[in-house]
Each structure stands twice: as C-alpha cells, then as structure tokens.
Design a protein around this ligand. Sequence first.
Ligand code: PMP
Length: 284
Amino acid sequence: MSRIVYVNGEYVPEEEAKVSVFDRGFLFADGVYEVTSVLGGKLIDFAGHAARLHRSLGELDMQSPVTDDDLLTVHRTLVEKNGIEDGLVYLQITRGAADRDFAYPEGAAPTIVLFTQSKPGLADSPAAAKGIKVISIPDRRWGRRDIKTVQLLYPSMGKMMAKAAGADDAWMVEDGQVTEGTSNNAYIVKGNTIVTRHLGEEILHGITRAAVLRMAREAQMKVEERAFTVEEAQGADEAFITSASSFVMPVVEIDGAPLGDGTPGPVARRMREIYLDESRAAAV
Ligand code: PMP
C-alpha cells in the first residue's frame, strides 16, 4: 500500500515524492537523521530525538528548516495519515541541493523528508524472547560517530558480515574495545552492574541508552560507563543492546560463545519491561 510521506513542507503519496539529484545527502551523505518508535499510535521519546537532531545539525553548521513544534506535528500527522499503530517515523534533513562542490554551499535550502514504516507487534518481537547472536568486527567507521549522519555503509557491511556468519548483528571493536553495535549501543551485565561504553566521539549517544541508564539507576542497579573487551563480554553474566526500534534486546552469544545458559538474562528482560512500560506511559 502506498504511504503518505512528507517532503519539504508537503504531504504526498510516496510515488510522487521527489528530491533533487544534486541533493548533498545523495552526493556527499551530507545529512542527518532520527528514528522515533511508535507504540500504540504514540511517539516514544520524541523530545530526546528532537534534542539529538539539533546537536547533529549544530555539529555540521546546518539549520533546522522547521521548529520542534512543527516537527512534532509532522510526526503525528504521518502516524495518523498512514494508520501506524506500531512502527517508526524516519526523519532526514540534508544540507540541500547545490552544484557539486566539497565546500558547503552558501544559502542552500535544507531538504527535509519524513516517512513511516509500519511494524505490527514491534514490542513483542520473537527475537526479544530468544535473544540475538552477535559477532565482533573491526570498527572501520569515520571518527565522528556522535553525529547521526546518513553515512551508514560500514554498518550495512557489518550487518551483512553478521548474516554471513549466521549471527544477527555485529559489535564493532576499536583498539581492542567494543564501541557499539552496527545500529545500537552495547552492554554487558556482571551481577548487579550494567557496563556500557562511555560517551564520546566514538559512539552514537543513544536516546534509548540515556533512558535505560536512568531507569537502571532508579531501579537501584549499578551503572559503569566504560569500555570493555570482547573477552570481558564473553565472560559476563549477560549482555544486551538498545536502540529506538529494538528497545532493549538480549544478546545470548558473542563470537560463538554462549553467555550464561544461552538464554536472555534476567537483567536484560527486566530492563526491557521497565523501558517499555515507562516509555509507553510517557509517549506523546
Ligand atoms: N549506535 C548506532 C551506531 C546507531 O545507529 C543507533 C541507532 N540509530 C544507536 C546506537 C542507538 O541509538 P538510539 O537509542 O537513539 O536509537
């Protein structure tokens, strides 16, 4: 079924949506994005995603073509027009169309595109009950992973490497330590302590990460924000990943080594439940 998408101020059927071949998002990956989950027709942590969008734009000297109020309206309108119960809203802003030149153009109008993807039963995925398997791969991305840009080719290659190895995803390793998953933040659990890499330019500052760490502290768990190795992860009690569209997802195997008894651990299951409950309650 054809969707209604949003392009530069207009709601149009997806077949009619157009972006210039000179768009710098297309030519230089000169653009940023956000993915916001929808549960029960409502947006999960919209404010967090809007705040990170501004940070990404700021780091690239780009202006938002819309206010946050307008952005919320567009998100809600697309959810409604496309009848999304569970799924996501994807948002992309690029520097716009200009003659091809590495230097940023003066005065190009940013391009803004939003679309929805319906994912019925998003919160009760079978993967969450079973847990996922990850492999480790070298982190060969650029150095500013804290900016949520659309240059996602290496993460795509990583997912394909995981598939080829019979796994579900890949954790990337730099200087001997795990940075993050291809499209998620990575965690291990030891006793009552959750360990996840500290923030910096090496990883994306996950909106789900911030929420889950806050909720873990509120639930009297200990949180350590520091790097860890694949070996430490393989010896941990449990592991999990977080992202806006997978929420909290247990990891049950790393590079072929099962964690614990090879089933989702109690901390990951509990954090998933807390995250989903609280996020649904706060959804807009
Ligand atoms: N790290 C990377 C590299 C990602 O692509 C994502 C998801 N886009 C995340 C972490 C998780 O971020 P969030 O919780 O904001 O979805």
